[in-house]
Structure formats: C-alpha cells, structure tokens
Design a protein. Structure first.
Lengths: 331, 254
C-alpha cells in the first residue's frame, strides 16, 4: 500500500512527536521550577543538585511509568474491542481489573507492603482471566457473547466484593485503597518486565495486524479467508489479558484510556490495525503522561489520582472529536 | 478442480438437509441450489466450504477432506460469499476488497501495488471504483453487495460459492455484473455453486441444479432435465407454471 503506508508513517511520526512533547512537559512542569543546567550537571555526574533529583528520581520515573501504563492500556483496549467485536469494550470489561482489585485490597487490608500488593494484584488478575476462560468455554463453543457476558458478570461480582472489602476495612487503609481503585502511578521506574511485555505484545500485534483487519469482518468471513479464528481469538484473549494485568499491577485501574484511545486513533487515521495498533500505544502513552503531569500541577500541592485526570481530559476530547468526525465510530 | 460429496448427511437443529448424498461438482460447471426458506441451503454451502463439519460422510476438495486442507491453501482454492457482511469499525471500500487478497499475501508483509491493482480492477468491474475511498457504512445495500462480490472476485479461487449473490442488486448488476463474473469463472475452468431464489436467473446462469426439498430429500442433475413445472411446484409447495418465450423457458408462480 504505497500511498497509505506513507500516510501511516506520517501520522505515527506525528504521534511520536506528541509523545516526546508530553515527556518534555512532564519533566518541566511541576511545583518546583527546574534549572536545566543543574540537571545536566547531575546527568554528567559532576554535581548532584535538588533539581537533578526532582527530574531523575521523581518526574522521569513517573512519566515513564505513565507512558508504559498508557501504552499497555491503549493496546489492550484495541485488542479487546476486536476480540469481543464490540466498540464499547475496554481492558477491564472481562473482569481482569476486578480480580486484581479484590486481591490488591485484601492485601492492603492485611497491611502488606506495596510490592506484595502488586504481586497479589497480578495473582488476582491472572486468576480472574483463568476463571473467565474456563467458565466461558462451556461445552467447547467459545462464542463472543458468552465470553462477554461471563466477563461482565464476573466483573460485577468483583465490584461487589470490592465494596464489601471497603466497608469492612479499617479507616486507616481506606485512602490508599481508593487511590488504588482510581488508579495512580508511582515514583519508581517501570522496570524491564512491563516494558518487555509492552514491546513483545506490540510486536505480536503488529505481525497479526492484517489478520485482525480480516477478523473484524466477522468470524466466518475470516475463516473463509484462511484465518484460524479460534487460535487468533485465544491469542487476543491472552495478550489483552496479560497487558491489562500488567497495567493494573503497575498503576491500579486507570479508567478511560483503554476505551477511548483506540477510538480517537480510528477517527483520526482509519481502522487499519497496522496503524491503530502502534498509534494506540503512542496515543495511550502520551495521554497518560499528560494526565500524570496535570495530576501533580492542577491542584498543587495536592496530588490527584491520575485516573481522575484521564476522565477529565479524555471525556471532552472524545466528545469533541466525535462531533467533528464524519465517520461514525459506532454504527 | 472438484468438490465431491461422499455419503454426506447434514442436519441442523433437527432439520435434515441431506442424507447419504453422493455427488460430484466438477470443473467448468455452474450449479444452482434451490429450495424453500429454511431448507438448509446456506448450511449446505458452509459445509461445502469446510466451515462446518457434516454430521456424517465427507466433503472432498480436489480429493482431500475439505476440513483437512490447510486453511490458507483452502482459501486460495475456494471462496465463499455470505448472505450478509459485517463491519465492526468504519472501513473504506478499497480496504474491504483488499481483504479478499488475504490468502495470497505473505503473512509478514503488506499488500503490494499488484494487489491494489487487482482490487481496483475488481471495483471497476462492479462499478464501484469511483467510491473506493468511501466508508462502507455510507453505501446502499446494493453497493455493499457489489463490494462484497468484488472481494470474492479478487480472492481468485477456482471454486466459488455464492449465497444469494443477487440480493439487493438491480437488474443490470444481476445480469451483467454477476452474470459476467459467473461466465468468466466458468470459462476459466472454475466451479461455481450459487444459492438463489430467482428460478429464471438460476436457469440463466447455471447448467446444473441441486434441489433441496427438506427432510433430506434431494434431486440433482442437468438444469434443463431437472427444471419442470411438476418438480418446481413440489419444490416450492406453490404451483409453478412455465411460459415459452423466444429467449427460452420461463417459470412463474401461479
């Protein structure tokens, strides 16, 4: 596709620049203004200043964290919408985050440390995935509707369990629990595991992009074009689930990014997944980096949960684009 | 190029479509499947395409059980047009036609200029080239149908199964565009199997008929021998009359 390939590359480059700009903003903006000469001196190892510490130990890790989480969620949302054949699907619709939340809150209630809370969340997420998989499989047939309903019902169940835990927990834990539920990023570098998962999933998804295009035409049509739809859907389920679990264990259940970013990207650049997949990663990452920056600066010195900001930024942005777009997002 | 049915029995939710059917569709033939609503024409077509296992017996594509032919190879040999098409997200006309090239494109690469040319030529053929960049959701039913036909055409398989291909098409597109494609597939030694409701169009396009009466009762053979007032009346449970005109014999419901 010579003509389209150029357009794709151009648009992906634009998103790349947006991501870069988001990082620059996230590193510059904040309650302390930064002397960049001091930071550079710190980078060169000549002189360690407060400015250097703020940028390298606080802002950069938070921004990187936000980018990785946003990328994970953007990609998970895109894949989940294809898997469930539903434009309203988001990474959390199958209850992966609900399972993680229940496990994480239980861990917090028991007073576990943050590392253990994350580990518990990972266990909860993977356990919930396995449960959805086994329950929706039924008698061999793995229909989209059954998968979606199983996930939705399970997610509702986890929601009830979360409310229960909140009610019976001592007040001292409540604030931490609420922040976890709304989603927040931490001052630690995202680490090789999550970045590796994002990179690996991105490569797998890019290789399968044309297959996903065919799958959106319907399962039978895809089969008639030689696609092993059972295998592809299983792959989508696993990859989207692992992406969601990684995001949730890193930053809690940050809403909105996974639902809206794939649509924003499609409104702007069309539905070809060779574009939508990389664009969702870059778009999701940039959106969350900006949201993280606003969460620190908007009501400084109060720090808001990033999940609140994503909704504040995302809702009007999405509605505006939806009004202006000629192509219907949801037909 | 052939599709052979061996002792084939198909049932769907209690309805028997065929039982112990032995039949061979071979190269250069155009078959038309006729029958009342709900008699299982679509299910038969899906079974022939290997998208649904038969209850017993075998469907062989070029001598091999169709479900054991490698998927990609099968898609290169056999294409199917469904009654309805769906799109999940907004896609353009050209993108939709290009999906028909999927079985021929290296899995790790994109479609080439060659594939694009084929897609545009097919769109030209169905009179949709000027709408190539339009969104599928902005098209009328007949236009969508023509795009779907073009997508099957670029799949370039020797076996082509078409489920009610004339749906939504106006007279010109039924006769000239669809009829032209069927003629081309036939003359290139392909095998075409159509499901149709218009008996006269079916007789115009096809040389063989497969009649599904329900309850597993089936009749098949050369079109001229099979199509009679009595048989068609029994098939449609409605009195059918023939009318001889200079162009041939026509069938009308009484």
């Amino acid at each position: 596709m010579p003509k389209t390939a150029t357009t794709f590359l151009l648009k992906i480059s634009i998103l790349g620049f947006i991501a870069l700009a988001a990082f620059v903003l996230a590193l510059t903006m904040g309650s302390v203004s930064i002397e960049w000469a001091q930071v550079l001196a710190g980078v060169r190892g000549e002189h360690l200043s407060v400015d250097y510490a703020v940028v390298v130990q606080l802002r950069l890790p938070r921004a990187l964290n936000a980018f990785v989480v946003g990328g994970l969620l953007g990609l998970a949302g895109t894949l989940m919408q294809v898997l469930l054949r539903n434009p309203l699907a988001d990474p959390y619709v199958l209850g992966v985050s609900g399972g993680a939340a229940v496990a994480a809150l239980l861990a917090m209630m028991l007073g576990w440390h943050q590392g253990w809370v994350s580990l518990a969340a990972a266990g909860g997420a993977l356990g919930s995935m396995a449960l959805v998989f086994i329950l929706s499989r039924g008698q061999g047939d793995w229909s989209t509707t059954r998968l979606l309903l199983t996930g939705v019902v399970l997610a509702a169940g986890w929601g009830a369990a979360v409310s229960f835990i909140l009610v019976v927990s001592p007040d001292t834990h409540l604030r931490g629990m609420l922040f976890w539920l709304m989603g927040d990023v931490h001052e630690s570098y995202p680490g090789g595991l999550r970045s590796g998962i994002l990179a690996g999933a991105l490569i797998i998804a890019l290789i399968s992009a044309r297959i996903l295009n065919v799958l959106t035409l319907g399962e039978l049509r895809a089969q008639s074009l030689g696609v092993d739809t059972g295998l592809v859907r299983l792959g989508l389920f696993l990859v989207a689930g692992i992406l969601t679990a990684s995001a949730v264990t890193l930053a809690g259940a940050i809403g909105f990014v996974g639902l809206v970013v794939p649509h924003l990207v499609r409104i702007w650049g069309g539905s070809d997944h060779r574009f939508v997949i990389p664009a969702s990663v870059l778009g999701g990452g940039s959106l969350l980096v900006l949201a993280e920056m606003f969460s620190r600066t908007l009501l400084a010195p109060i720090q808001l949960p990033v999940g609140v900001i994503t909704a504040f930024v995302g809702v009007p942005l999405f509605l505006l684009l939806l009004r202006r777009s000629t192509a219907p997002v949801v037909r | 190029m052939s599709i052979a049915l061996q002792n084939l029995s198909i049932e769907i939710s209690g309805t028997r479509i065929c039982q112990g059917l032995d039949l061979e569709f071979s190269t250069g033939q155009v078959w038309c499947v006729l029958g009342c609503n709900g008699v299982g024409k679509t299910t038969l077509l899906k079974t022939l395409a290997g998208l649904r296992p038969p209850n017993s017996g075998n469907v062989r594509l070029n001598g091999r059980p169709v479900q054991r032919v490698a998927r990609r190879q099968r898609a290169q040999q056999l294409s199917i047009l469904f009654q309805d098409s769906e799109t999940l997200f907004p896609t353009t006309v050209l993108e939709t036609v290009l999906t028909g090239r999927h079985p021929w494109i290296n899995p790790l690469r994109g479609e080439s200029a060659h594939d694009r040319d084929k897609a545009m030529a097919a769109l030209e053929r169905v009179g949709m080239a000027h709408l190539a960049e339009r969104s599928m959701s902005s098209l009328s039913g007949g236009e969508r149908r023509r795009v779907d036909l073009a997508a099957v055409f670029v799949q370039e398989s020797e076996c082509v199964l078409l489920d009610e291909p004339g749906n939504h098409l106006d007279m010109h597109h039924q006769v000239a565009v669809l009829g032209g494609m069927v003629q081309q597939w036939k003359s290139q030694g392909g095998l075409v199997i159509l499901v149709m409701h218009d008996v006269n169009l079916a007789l115009r396009f096809s040389d063989h008929l497969l009649l599904l009466f329900g309850d597993g009762e089936v009749e098949h053979g050369p079109a001229q021998a099979i199509a009679t007032e009595t048989t068609l009346t029994r098939l449609y449970r409605h009195r059918m009359m023939s009318l001889d005109a200079p162009q041939g014999r026509w069938y009308l419901p009484a």
